[in-house]
Every structure is written in C-alpha cells, then in structure tokens.
Design a protein around this ligand. Sequence first.
Ligand SMILES: Cc1cc2nc3c(=O)[nH]c(=O)nc-3n(C[C@H](O)[C@H](O)[C@H](O)COP(=O)(O)O)c2cc1C
Length: 212
Amino acid sequence: MDRLHSNGTKVMAVIGKVKHAQQVVDSGIDMIVAQGHDGGGHNSPIGTFSLIPQVVDAVGDRVPVIGAGGISDGRGVAAAMMLGALGAWVGTAFLATDEAGIERFQKEAITESGDADTIVSRSMTGKPARMIRNKWADAWVAAGKEPLPMPYQSMISGPVIASGIKAQRKDIMPGFAGQGIGLVHSIRPAAEVMRDLVGGAERALADARFYS
Ligand SMILES: Cc1cc2nc3c(=O)[nH]c(=O)nc-3n(C[C@H](O)[C@H](O)[C@H](O)COP(=O)(O)O)c2cc1C
C-alpha cells in the first residue's frame, strides 16, 4: 500500500460484507466499492440495497464508498447515492459496448438476457460468481461435484472456457454478468452508456427532490 501511494496510485477494493470493508479500511485503502448480490462476477451473499447503507454507516466517515451490483441505468446510480454512496461502479452495462474487450457473441448474450438469466456458481473459479446461465455451470450442479477451491478450479474450467470462446459457444461461455442485465438492450458506444447513466441519475435525483 505504501509503495502504491508513494507513486500516486489510488487503491480501491471491491467488498461484499461490512467485515471486509473494515478490513480494507484498516489497510489504508483510498476508496471502497460495496458490491451486493445482484452484481456480476465474484459475489456477495448480501443484496445491494442492504449492503450499501450498512457499509456507509460502518466506514463512510473514513473513506468514500461507491455502490455496485445490478446498477445498469441512471435510476440505479441515483438509488446508490440515496443509500449514502458517493457514486456508482458499473460493470455489466459497459460489457455491451463497442469498446468492451469481450467477444461479440458474449455482448449479444447480454442484450438477449433478462432478469432471471444469471446464476451464482462456483463452477468457473471455485468462488461464488454471478454469470449468465450456461451448460458448464449446469453440468456441475447435475454432477453433484464440489468445485475445487480458488485458484485450482480455474485449472479445470480454463480449457473449457478457452474452447467455448474459440468456438463462439454462447451456451457454454456467455460470461459473467449481473442481474441488471435485463436493462441492457443493445450494443452501444461506451460514451452513450455513460451519458444515459449520468442523465438518468440526474433526472431521478431531481424527481426525488420534487417529492420531498
Ligand atoms: C466480466 C466481469 C469481470 C469482473 N472481474 C472482476 C475482477 O477481476 N476484480 C474485481 O474486483 N471485480 C470484478 N468484477 C466485478 C466488478 O468490478 C463490479 O463490481 C461489478 O461488475 C458490478 O456489478 P454489475 O456487473 O451488476 O454492474 C467483474 C465483473 C464482471 C461482470
């Protein structure tokens, strides 16, 4: 941490529990991302709406807290800020952009999926991760097999993932994504997604003031 700070690097950590927020704050972190159960990738058991305010209460006076998990449009950004976050950290919505470094078929899988099309599975990395439902994850459940602990499960899943991507198999490796996936309808330039997130948040926050 000292070496990173001495060369001007800001350090952030994605956490999913108050306990982990406290641990990283004590390490001297600059910013915390509180990512709830809705989020894509490695996953918290706690829902985004419950997690953000509890992390803000626990550490918000010491470091900035950013909310994450299922935030795919401006309303979500506004909601995270209402819960006490200083901003939002968005993953899934930026995967369906021209600039994202994933495969075209994976971007299409995102635009074709709805709210119920993601699952949390340990089949890829050994730790619970939210991904678009796929045959590899289903096969682990059907086989009743316990995945190996991280990082060893990736040695098993890695070749399957690589082959699935090479063969453009949406049914095997559609990728990690969060539950806000149903709000993502097309592949667009990242700047457009950003404009909508900011504009939508501004509108939602202005409406909230109107009701107060
Ligand atoms: C494809 C993908 C890969 C991710 N990889 C990482 C990672 O390597 N490290 C990390 O801290 N978070 C990772 N995340 C989590 C994101 O940093 C972010 O917290 C999450 O995407 C927010 O939820 P959302 O996808 O619902 O917007 C990943 C998320 C996705 C979708």
